[in-house]
Design a protein around this ligand. Structure first.
Ligand SMILES: NC(=O)c1ccc[n+]([C@@H]2O[C@H](COP(=O)([O-])OP(=O)(O)OC[C@H]3O[C@@H](n4cnc5c(N)ncnc54)[C@H](OP(=O)(O)O)[C@@H]3O)[C@@H](O)[C@H]2O)c1
Length: 256
């Protein structure tokens, strides 16, 4: 159905991004993904994906704190791939870059908050702009931003991320409204807590994991594939009239 098309995704080395790389590749989609710190892991994923699924897979360095470099990234991708059909804005910063952004309200600081805005909203805008220029040439495509239900319900220390996820969902709706005439659909996938390194970086990881399983109607925390499957669906023709939408994939946790 979408065999032979090309996905560009940021942050494909682990977690949800890696699950997307495998999901799309399994279905015959060529993949260009980015890494930040983990070059060797990225190359090993490329080799594995090409061997297992016979698709083209290449990895590129990208720092989403410098979102304007998306322009150079896509220029490189133009050399290696003949088309861009799908773009998923997935990568997220952690560690020192989020100091002053990850924490309680009274400890928030402009620098940390600005970094999260850059990594969440600016990176989506710059990446989606470059992707849309390529999609326009081939008559359309699908763009997806990862989001989180931490913009709907309280998650301890998550004010910086949660507010920026709300912002990126609004940006998705603006982009969808203006890119629809090019045949480009733009949506967000908003996940409840998913068991990845990003969640493990939470100071209260074990507590969040246990609480999520308790809150979920399905009795478990989310897995990367739970969100990758939703991203994939939004890129297939089965989602042909879905745009400007946020798909919530949370195991029922947000309602409780
Ligand atoms: N985990 C959750 O509970 C959850 C829930 C809902 C939504 N989400 C969202 O889903 C997305 C992926 O989250 P995840 O949990 O899968 O994260 P993750 O496992 O921590 O992976 C983060 C990815 O981002 C890359 N990255 C880190 N810093 C970067 C930088 N400065 N520039 C470019 N890339 C960078 C990493 O690359 P390297 O390995 O090369 O450093 C890695 O590929 C995020 O947008 C997150 O907010 C997560």
């Amino acid at each position: 159905m979408i065999q032979g098309k090309t996905l560009v995704i940021s942050g494909g080395t682990k977690g949800i991004g890696k699950a997307c790389v495998y999901k799309f590749a399994q279905n015959g989609v060529n993949v260009a993904f980015t890494y930040n710190a983990n070059k060797e892991i990225a190359q090993a994923i490329c080799d594995d994906v090409q061997t297992q699924f016979g698709v083209k897979c290449k990895c590129y360095a990208l720092n989403i704190l410098e979102p304007e470099t998306y322009k150079d990234l896509f220029t490189q991708i133009d050399v290696d791939f003949d088309r861009v059909d799908f773009f998923i804005s997935n990568a997220m910063i952690y560690g020192r870059a989020v100091v002053g952004g990850y924490g309680k309200f009274m400890r928030l600081k402009p620098r940390g908050l600005n970094n999260i805005y850059t990594a969440t909203v600016n990176a989506f805008v710059c990446g989606a702009q470059q992707a849309a220029l390529r999609m326009e040439k081939i008559g359309g495509g699908s763009i997806v931003s990862l989001s989180s239900t931490g913009n709907l319900v309280y998650i301890e220390n998550y004010a910086g991320h949660g507010t920026n996820k709300a912002a990126v969902e609004a940006m998705v709706r603006y982009a969808a409204t203006e890119l629809g005439s090019m045949g480009i659909r733009v949506n967000a996938v908003s996940g409840g807590p998913i068991d990845t390194d990003a969640l493990k970086a939470f100071t209260n990881y074990e507590e969040v994991k246990q609480k999520t399983a308790e809150l979920s109607a399905l009795g478990r925390v989310g897995e990367p594939n739970d969100l990758a499957n939703a991203c994939y669906f939004l890129c297939t023709p089965d989602a042909s009239w879905m745009t400007a939408h946020t798909m919530i994939v949370d195991g029922g946790t947000t309602f409780r």
